[in-house]
Design a protein around this ligand. Structure first.
Ligand code: ATP
Ligand code: MG
Length: 403
């Protein structure tokens, strides 16, 4: 066969320890298929021990690597070539990859090292001999110096059952655990910076995320829904199949204000959100909620208020960003692509009714009293009758409407 561009995706054995390997790998495979979907039917995914090799004639090596870098659960991404299972084919692939890499990086006579390994042992040379053979060819053709300890460029030669993979580039993957391998959660998604990052961190721990966004309708326009939609669409790069549930809470917010929530208005709204999200989660079979709270970031996010909010919900509330500061969150938002969307203006329901001061200390008893005046259970049922389901990034984005 002719040398074929491919990308190696490595997930490492450590992540598999103590876990059900088949379970882990089936979720990883779904994510890999998702990352390469829409690139024609010629995508080939080959399983090797601890490694996935993906090739697709329609994609350039850069595009292959770019897509591979979105796969959560993959630690290392190595673009390279898939060649015949002979030392000569491996050597000539190493020469062409090194030449290309030197040109691309503008390196003048970089030092190099060849690292060879055989996942499949039936091969005419052992790993050391193969590395020397390939190295000698590189010296002869490119006249580059060998440096085994601190090379400028490292070339990996990996012998497999049917082929040899050669690569001169090692890129960092997303890491983490494959989406879906740890369970299923509902993320409370606002239009800000925090909750999309929290969702991404949840995905990175193997959680499949569905999203709920509360809007101030009928008192606010659709801008916050557009924003939530765009955020979920951006996050859909990391997870196959995403869904966004939107819930209009403007009237419920008013009811809480009229019942005298006062300084506790924001906490009362949060408790309403988690109650509604919990009911939705149970319908969807999700096991926990996720929020973008970070301790002390705003007055509503004190330890006392978090406790009062937790008390309204029987499912665990996960807060992946609890110890992060805003700068760290913004940097991460930029890296995962949600920052540009979060910075757009919108009409956020939380600004609809803002008390002059926000209580930093609340108790469940205090909130239960307020909720008793508005018949909260009925209110939550009413809200959920108005849920709209959207599927960002899919062929039919408006999946259903309960109205
Ligand atoms: P973010 O940047 O995510 O908006 P924030 O700093 O604005 O966070 P808050 O507005 O206090 O923080 O919200 C705390 C958390 O409550 C959010 O991270 C999100 O999980 C949830 N939340 C807030 N508003 C909404 C909303 N309109 N719909 C769904 N969840 C929300
Ligand atoms: Mg917010």
């Amino acid at each position: 066969m002719d040398p074929q561009p491919c990308v190696l995706l490595k997930y490492g054995e450590i992540a598999l320890k103590g876990r059900n390997r088949g379970w882990f790998e089936s979720h990883l495979l779904r994510s890999v298929e998702h990352a390469f979907s829409g690139s024609g039917d010629e995508v080939r995914i080959r399983w090797r021990q601890g490694v996935l090799a993906v090739s697709c004639p329609a994609l350039s090596p850069e595009e292959l690597a770019e897509r591979a870098r979105t796969v959560i659960g993959i630690r290392v991404v190595q673009p390279g070539l898939r060649v015949n299972k002979t030392p000569e084919a491996a050597a000539s692939a190493a020469v062409s990859l090194l030449r290309e890499r030197c040109e691309r990086l503008g390196l003048q006579r970089p030092s190099f090292a060849i690292r060879a390994r055989r996942r499949h042992k039936r091969f005419p040379m052992n790993s050391d001999k193969l590395a020397s053979f390939v190295g000698a060819q590189v010296c002869a053709d490119l006249d580059l110096p060998v440096n085994l300890n601190h090379p400028n460029v490292e070339v990996e030669v990996e012998v497999d059952r049917h082929e040899v993979f050669v690569s001169a580039d090692k890129q960092r993957g997303q890491g983490g655990l494959p989406v879906g391998s740890s369970g299923h959660v509902v993320v409370l998604l606002s239009g800000g910076y925090d909750s999309p990052v929290a969702a991404y961190r949840a995905m990175r721990r193997g959680l499949r995320c569905e999203f709920v966004h509360f809007t101030g309708a009928p008192y606010t326009g659709p801008s916050s829904t557009y924003k939530a939609y765009a955020l979920v669409r951006e996050l859909s790069r990391f997870q196959p199949e995403v869904s966004l549930h939107t819930v209009p809470v403007g009237n419920a917010q008013r009811a809480l204000a009229v019942s005298g929530a006062g300084e506790a208005q924001i906490v009362a709204q949060r408790r309403l959100f988690v109650r509604a999200a919990e009911t939705l989660a149970k319908r969807l079979g999700a096991e926990a909620l996720v929020t973008g709270d970070s301790l002390g970031q705003v007055s509503s996010q004190t330890l006392s208020n978090m406790g009062t909010i937790d008390n309204a919900c029987s499912l665990p509330i996960l807060r992946p960003l609890v110890g992060w500061d805003k700068e760290e969150i913004m940097t991460e938002a930029g890296r995962i692509g949600t920052g540009e969307i979060s910075k757009l203006p919108d009409e956020d329901c939380c600004t609809l009714i803002l008390p002059p001061t926000v209580a930093t200390h609340t108790t469940p008893e205090q909130l239960s009293k307020i909720e008793g005046r508005v018949a909260l259970d009925e209110l939550v049922d009413k809200l959920l009758a108005e849920v709209q389901l959207l599927r960002p990034g899919q062929a039919d984005p408006v999946a259903s409407c309960a109205r």
